[in-house]
Design a protein around this ligand. Structure first.
Ligand code: CP
Length: 315
């Protein structure tokens, strides 16, 4: 593994999930492995879970962390090659990535989608530029199109809670007042294709994710039909992909409620957090004993720990 940018950078999923579950039982078992190693953490966007869980994972491996909010603390970065830098951008990523590589042994980066330029977002300019110019491994802490650490935490959570070999897993779109990216929905879909799951997605017309990613997934436009017999229900908002970045509908009748959960097979409820109560999901679902959201957040630590451990093991 040179970098951890997409789930393709994690070839052995079963091994990674088993290792994470073992680390959760013995979090400090490899505390000396990261001695005198440094993880740089660069945030172009806010975070609660990703920041703290990745720092916690590093601590448990004996790694020191250096955190920087690039949105307001660093020089504004230029990403285009061959440009005359006469504008507001003071530093080129070519130098920045090489400089960070002098101080750190690994660098983790969060850089969300702009939601204004699909082509640019899909090119993953920030992550790929760092991967191109850095001489150290680059770890994705949520990029424009992917959130692989979240998807790995979700896989760990499902593995621990599944009662049958092939559970029914429903990813259902939810209403939201803000346009949100596709990263979580994309990575969860890719992860479900790698797990043995009867996986379906429900969304209103026009709210489909990237068809390249969902091409092997049954799509439902009737949420209640999709929920029937579900063992896990993952709810998430994402903006329109076809009319990129737009909120086409606020469809409040797509909020997940206790009444809708009665259609399921006593399903566990999942969400990556943060979540807007009584917009995305009713209190009665989020506060129900079947809600796994806090455990998912806890599993973020062990997802990150497995990835960091792999890099340390590979020298
Ligand atoms: N789920 C997740 O990535 O949370 P944060 O945005 O708080 O890091």
């Amino acid at each position: 593994m040179n970098h951890f940018i997409t789930l393709n950078d994690l070839p052995q999923l079963d091994t990674a999930v088993a290792a994470a579950i073992a680390m959760k039982k013995n979090p400090y078992g490899a505390e000396d492995l990261g001695r005198r190693k440094t993880l740089g953490m660069l945030f172009f966007n806010p975070s609660l879970r990703t920041r703290l869980s990745t720092q916690k994972a590093a601590q448990q491996l004996g790694i020191k962390t250096m955190v920087m909010n690039f949105s307001n603390e660093a020089w504004a970065l230029e990403f285009e090659d061959g440009t005359q830098m006469s504008g507001l951008r003071s530093e080129h990523v070519k130098e920045a990535a090489q400089v960070v590589s002098q101080y750190c042994d690994m660098v983790a980066i969060r850089a969300f989608a702009s939601l204004s330029d699909k082509k640019n977002d899909e090119a993953e300019i920030v992550l790929n530029s760092f991967a191109k110019y850095a001489s150290i491994p680059v770890i994705n802490m949520e990029s424009a199109t992917a959130h692989p650490l979240q998807a790995l935490a979700d896989a760990i959570t499902i593995t621990v809670h599944q009662k049958k070999k092939r559970p029914k897993v429903v990813l259902t779109w939810a209403p939201h007042p803000k346009a949100l990216p596709h990263a979580v929905g994309n990575s969860f879909t890719r992860m479900m294709h790698r797990m043995d799951a009867d996986f379906v997605i429900a969304q209103p017309k026009g709210q489909e994710l990237n068809p390249e990613i969902t091409k092997d997934t049954p799509l439902f436009y009737n949420q209640e039909e999709a929920l029937e017999g579900a063992d896990f229900v993952y709810t998430k908002n994402w903006c329109s992909y076809s009319d990129y970045g737009k909120i086409l509908t606020t469809a409040s009748d797509w909020m997940l409620t206790p009444e809708k959960m009665k259609l399921t097979n006593d399903a566990k409820f999942m969400h990556c957090l943060p979540i807007r109560r009584n917009i995305v999901v009713a209190d009665g679902v989020l506060d129900h004993p079947n809600s796994l959201v806090i455990e998912q957040a806890n599993n973020r630590t062990f997802a990150a720990q497995v990835v960091l451990h792999n890099f340390l093991n590979n020298g």
